[in-house]
Design a protein around this ligand. Structure first.
Ligand code: SF4
Length: 265
């Protein structure tokens, strides 16, 4: 890598994703074949993640083994994260605060609603998975190390790093109220223990998925149109990774939302 702005951007994009950081952390420990990595991070988008890391010059394939390049080794000495280790209980977990609501942007699917990026501190790290039973429509994603919570039309994703994204928000007051409800529920659980609530099924609508696809009908995924791809995704007859245009940085928010929705299928 030359260190040019374009190279720096490639590395930044590659390391902006939790799954790719997890792959990097695995390769710091040892060279791995694809099957080993798939077991740890799942098959979804795996080829894409590997391709992103290769394009950034961080990893390379030697026969059937993935290894860090020299550039990747240097980079990870100071930058890579270790995979999140799930805790066994909430002992030692500190109460959280909502410290920041950073952006209020129009939602991709409905421009009358907003997308919020917030931050909770301290980050919940490996305790996050334990909190899934607190919310009827919550799913913990090992792939992105995040707790995804659906509340009405709002989809909220809490990452183990403390970052939070929310979509389909009416206004800042609604965002603040939802975040405050989550904060109170989590802090109560830290003090009193986790009381599981009944699980509720979340129906994923292909129209919602369609709204977040690139809508170019390029057919790279093998389908006639983005709409047919959305229908096949819901019926699990295809996988998100086949829509490689989503890898473009301009679709990073779409991809983030789609990855969260897919946890409910
Ligand atoms: S590859 Fe993606 S953008 Fe292209 S048709 Fe399929 S779903 Fe649409």
């Amino acid at each position: 890598m030359s260190g040019s702005p374009a190279d720096v951007k490639l590395v930044g994009n590659a390391m902006a994703n939790a799954t790719r950081r997890k792959i990097m952390a695995m390769l710091i420990e040892n060279n791995r074949n694809k099957e080993e990595i798939e077991k740890a991070v799942g098959a979804s988008m795996l080829d894409y993640h590997i391709q992103m890391l290769q394009q950034a010059g961080l990893i390379e394939q030697k026969e059937s083994t993935l290894v860090l390049t020299d550039f990747g080794k240097n980079f990870t000495e100071t930058r890579a994260e270790k995979p999140v280790e799930v805790k066994k209980n909430l002992t030692g977990t500190k109460p959280i605060d909502i410290v920041e609501i950073r952006q209020l942007l129009p939602c991709i699917a409905d421009k009358t609603k907003f997308r919020i990026i917030a931050r909770m501190e301290p980050s919940l790290g490996g305790a996050l998975k334990l909190l899934e039973p607190l919310f009827p429509r919550a799913r913990y994603s090992e792939k992105i190390n995040a707790l995804i919570i659906q509340k009405g039309n709002v989809l909220l994703t809490i990452y183990s790093t403390g970052n939070v994204t929310m979509t389909m928000i009416k206004n800042q007051e609604e965002a603040t109220q939802i975040l405050e409800d989550i904060r109170r529920a989590v802090n109560d659980a830290i003090v009193k223990g986790i009381t599981p609530v009944p699980r509720e099924k979340v129906k994923v609508d292909h129209n919602e998925i369609y709204e977040y696809l690139p809508k170019t009908n390029c057919q790279i995924c093998g389908e006639q149109s983005c709409y047919s791809f959305a229908i096949k995704l819901v019926s699990r007859d295809t996988e998100l990774a086949k829509c490689t245009p989503l890898l473009d940085a301009k679709y990073s928010t779409n991809l983030e939302h789609l990855q969260a929705i897919m946890e409910y299928l």
